[in-house]
Design a protein around this ligand. Structure first.
Ligand code: NAD
Length: 281
C-alpha cells in the first residue's frame, strides 16, 4: 500500500507560493493580502482560521482577520464583504463556513467580488471552471489533484467515483477530474448500491462527513482512496470518512487522516490568493 501523505506536496506548493509572494512584494511594494472572516465561536472554525493566518505569515502574505460575533446580522456581514471588495490591500476574501444558521452563505457568495474569491466558490468562478477557463478553483479539490500528480497517479481514462456532492468539495472535485480526462461518477446520499458503484472505481474520493464510514468492502484491491473527511474523536484524535485501519492493506494507495488532504487545502488557499493578487495588478 502506498501512503499518500499530503505534507511533502503541500511543502512544494508553499515553496512556490512563497517565491511568488516575494516577487510580488518586490514589484508592487506590498504583500498579497488575504481577508479571513470568522463568524461566531465554533472551535473547529477557530482552529482552521488560525492555521490560515499562520500560513500567510509563513509564506509572506498579509492576513486580515475579521472575527465577528455570533449574532451579527446578514446586513452587517454583507457590508463587511462590500468593504473588503473595495479594500485595495485585500486580494482574497475567505468566509469560513459553516455560518450560524440565521446567515445565508449563498448571499455572502453573491457579494464577494469574483476577482477576490479565494475559494473559487462564487457563481462566476464556478461557471468559469465548468467552462474550462478557471480563474481559481476550490482549495480542497485543487489540492487533491496536486496530490495525485505528485504521486504520479495518472487521471486520464480512469474511472473516478466522487462520493459527496457539496459545492465546496464533491462538485468541484468532479469538475477537476473531468478536466483531467477522467470518467466521473458523482454519488451522494440517495445513490443506489453505493458499494457496488464505488468498487468499480480506479480512484475514489470520500467526502460525506461521516466518521469511519467506508470499510474495505467499498473498494477494489487496486483502488486509490482519497479521504476528505475530518472528524475529531472523543479522545481528541482525528479520523476520516474512511475506516483507515480496515481499508489500508486492501487498496493500492490511500491518504491518511490527519496528514493527507488537510495540509493541501491551506497550501492551495495561499496559492489562490497569490494568483488573485497577480491577476488584480
Ligand atoms: P457536506 O455535509 O456539505 O456534504 C456531504 C455530502 O455527502 C452530501 O452531498 C451528501 O449527499 C453526501 N452523503 C452524506 N451521507 C452519505 C452517504 N451515507 N452515502 C453517500 N453520500 C452521502 O460535507 P462537505 O463540506 O463536502 O465535507 C465532507 C467532509 O470533508 C467533512 O467531514 C468535512 O469536515 C471534510 N472537509 C475536509 C476538508 C479538508 O481540508 N480536509 C475540507 C472540506 C471539508
Amino acid at each position: 500500500m502506498i501512503l499518500l501523505e499530503g505534507k511533502p506536496v503541500a511543502q512544494n506548493i508553499k515553496a512556490r507560493v512563497s517565491e511568488r509572494a516575494k516577487s510580488f512584494l518586490n514589484t508592487f511594494g506590498r504583500k498579497p493580502g488575504l481577508a479571513v472572516v470568522l463568524v461566531g465561536g465554533d472551535p473547529a472554525s477557530q482552529v482552521y482560521v488560525g492555521h490560515k493566518v499562520k500560513a500567510c505569515e509563513e509564506l509572506g502574505l498579509a492576513s486580515f482577520r475579521h472575527a465577528l460575533p455570533e449574532d451579527i446580522s446578514q446586513a452587517e456581514l454583507n457590508l463587511l464583504i462590500e468593504n473588503l471588495n473595495k479594500d485595495s490591500l485585500v486580494d482574497g476574501i475567505l468566509v469560513q463556513s459553516p455560518l450560524p444558521k440565521h446567515l445565508s452563505f449563498s448571499e455572502v457568495l453573491d457579494r464577494i467580488a469574483p476577482q477576490k474569491d479565494a475559494d473559487g466558490l462564487t457563481p462566476e468562478n464556478v461557471g468559469l471552471a465548468w467552462s474550462g477557463r478557471p480563474r481559481v478553483v476550490p482549495c480542497t479539490p485543487a489540492g487533491i489533484i496536486e496530490l495525485l500528480k505528485y504521486y504520479q497517479i495518472s487521471l486520464e481514462r480512469k474511472n473516478v467515483v466522487v462520493i459527496g456532492r457539496s459545492d465546496i468539495v464533491g462538485k468541484p472535485m468532479a469538475q477537476l477530474f473531468l478536466q483531467n480526462n477522467a470518467t466521473v461518477t458523482i454519488c451522494h446520499s440517495k445513490t443506489k448500491a453505493l458499494e457496488e458503484v464505488a468498487k468499480q472505481a480506479d480512484i475514489v474520493v470520500a467526502a460525506i462527513g461521516k466518521r469511519n464510514y467506508f470499510t474495505k468492502e467499498f473498494f477494489d484491491r487496486d483502488a486509490v482512496v482519497i479521504d476528505v473527511g475530518i472528524h475529531r474523536l472523543e479522545q481528541g484524535m482525528l479520523c476520516g470518512d474512511v475506516f483507515f485501519k480496515d481499508v489500508k492493506e486492501s487498496v493500492r494507495a490511500i491518504t491518511p487522516v490527519p496528514g493527507g488532504v488537510g495540509p493541501l487545502t491551506i497550501a492551495m488557499l495561499m496559492q489562490n490568493t497569490v494568483t488573485l493578487a497577480e491577476l488584480r495588478v
